[in-house]
Design a protein around this ligand. Structure first.
Ligand code: MG
Length: 309
């Protein structure tokens, strides 16, 4: 399957509107709930997902959808009214059946869209970094990724796009898209490492020290993939759980960095594989780099017993 320019523009618009939704909730206030896995979710996560699904369903009725959130008891008449009033205020002309659309996953198809309506909910709650990510996969081949990051820097909302075989691009505000590339830093000691603010593990810093890295950026969300892709950082190391890693968290960033010329593997050097709703890995972490010293990092991990605990 081929993705054409016009389709990408349409999905970029969907992501920009989803950001308007999440930012609306940030201004109006949002209620937070705790999911079964103890992670937080807000009404903005639901409202963003419902909007994105309803648009993708309209555009691609034959495709499958894999999305993070499912309907739960927090959604009642009152919260549904709040979500609807957000759509009305933003003139999105959307009157969805909230439960039906939130849980809509489309027909069984080899063409699958992944949706993370808010990645980095903890960052979002605190007014820090978060992202909205959509990925497309056909069979096992990564095809398209679109990531919106509202407060990436001071140049306005950033949107990152990667189209398989055609490189990676970014746009700030409503400006034109321009190509991005990973950095050319060759010395791992001089590299800038970005790592998670709320979901880090002590071994990441132990490994960074062992590698002689001195510069760090600690932020939430898949914005870290964007930073490696556009050269703002050289490296991102991410702890993962082999059985609890999902496609919506990793597919968009994986394709973005790869298309920008970088490398994404697990700690054993294997590329992640996306099966059903999972991101399959053979070791509990991801190395995302500009590709220059990727092997050195894998070798250090391999040759340092017990560094990953
Ligand atoms: Mg999320």
């Amino acid at each position: 399957m081929k993705i054409i320019e016009k389709e990408i523009q349409t999905i970029v618009k969907i992501i920009r509107n989803a950001i308007r939704i999440t930012e609306w909730f940030k201004e109006e206030g949002f209620k937070t709930y705790i999911k079964q896995d103890q992670s937080p979710v807000t009404l903005a996560d639901y409202a963003s997902q419902i909007y994105i699904i309803s648009k993708l369903k309209e555009l691609y009725p034959k495709d499958s959808i894999i999305a993070e959130e499912t309907f739960s008891s927090e959604l009642n008449n009152y919260t549904e009214k709040v979500i609807q009033s957000c759509y009305n205020k933003l003139n999105l002309s959307l009157k969805p059946n909230i439960k039906e659309i939130l849980n809509y996953r489309g027909p069984n198809s080899k063409t699958r869209w992944s949706i993370d309506p808010i990645d980095g909910t903890k960052g979002y709650q605190k007014g820090l970094s978060y992202a909205i990510g959509v990925g497309l996969i056909n069979n096992q081949e990564k095809k398209l990724s679109i990531i919106g990051v509202p407060n990436y820097n001071t140049d306005g909302v950033a949107v990152f796009v990667a189209n398989k075989g055609k490189g990676a691009l970014t746009s700030y505000g409503e400006k034109d898209f321009v190509p991005i590339k990973v950095s050319e830093t060759r010395d791992v000691k001089k590299s800038v490492l970005c790592h998670s603010l709320h979901y880090d593990e002590p071994w990441v810093m132990k490994l960074a020290n062992k590698l002689g890295i001195e510069n760090y950026i600690q932020i939430d969300s898949m914005a870290k993939f964007c930073m490696v892709a556009d050269g703002s950082a050289d490296l991102y190391i991410k702890p993962m759980y082999v059985d609890r890693s999902f496609i919506w968290d990793f597919l968009p960033g994986d394709l973005l960095v790869t298309e920008a010329g970088g490398k994404v593997t697990d700690l054993k050097g294997v590329s992640p594989n996306y099966i059903d709703n999972k991101c399959m890995i053979s070791a509990p972490g991801l190395v995302v780099s500009n590709g220059m010293f990727h092997q050195d990092i894998l070798d250090t991990i391999k040759n340092t017993p017990n560094i990953i605990d």
